[in-house]
Design a protein around this ligand. Sequence first.
Ligand SMILES: [Zn+2]
Length: 306
Amino acid sequence: MKVEDVLLQGALDLHAHGHPEFTVRRRPRVSNVEWARLAAAAGMRGFVMKSHVWPTVQVAATLAGLSPELEVFGSITLNPPVGGLSPTAVEFAGQMGAKVVWMPTWSARHVPPKSSITLERMRPLMSTLDPDRAAGQDAISILADDGSLRPVVGEILAVCRAYDLTVASGHLPPAASIVLARAAHEAGVRFVLTHACSGSVDASIEQQQEIAGLGGFIEHVFISCMPMHQRGDPRKIAAAIEAVGPEHCVLASDAGESWNPPAPEVLRMFIASMLALGLSEDAVYLMTHENPARALGLPERPGSAT
Ligand SMILES: [Zn+2]
């Protein structure tokens, strides 16, 4: 067995998308059930299902029931369909077994407004959503005009603390993520900077280091490096990991598109690429096993470290 396949065993994918997402017309490479089967067959520990639109708690609960070995976790993303920054939505998600709360993604406010691949995909689908407004005057900020955290975000952190939920930054601008990471740290809530090197976030090394210094994990995903995305570079990710330290980083797939392989294979490609770029097996193990478990507040499983 190749080393990347060994490292995939027991791995926990912190971030991938199921079906449907946005629309039933967005075809996945595999069904949700097949995704779970492939993850179990690869010996993975499990994965977190993300959706930009709806909470994934119900499908995650269904998939988790398919295999006693596989852990599948649901999540909620605080975009307008769930009420945006809604402590009640977060509390229901907690009651229904969610593990991760993503801050706004396509609805996150950037100044100046940033183009969003996700919103552009919604443009031809949605008659009631104006993508320009969603990225402009309707966009959601976690910060007040004076740069402080809005009180509602403090309420959300309190719910996360009470329900043992992890907060991930979604597509917030990095400067806002630093404010949130500090507040999460003070509130005793686990924090993940979502796909730090992606086009939608693009955090500097200094910003990643600052969040790591506040106890946050720095997530990297591989789909940005895939041909249809072409916004990421595995070398840039490897360099960011070296600069920040693998003890603070997490590798995830962010898979779910028809033009990409299924999520377990995307994670295997990520593992193999990082090894090929000189990261050690221990570092990759840390970022695919121990750190994702810590980021979710899970006990570590006795692993198959190579
Ligand atoms: Zn994603």
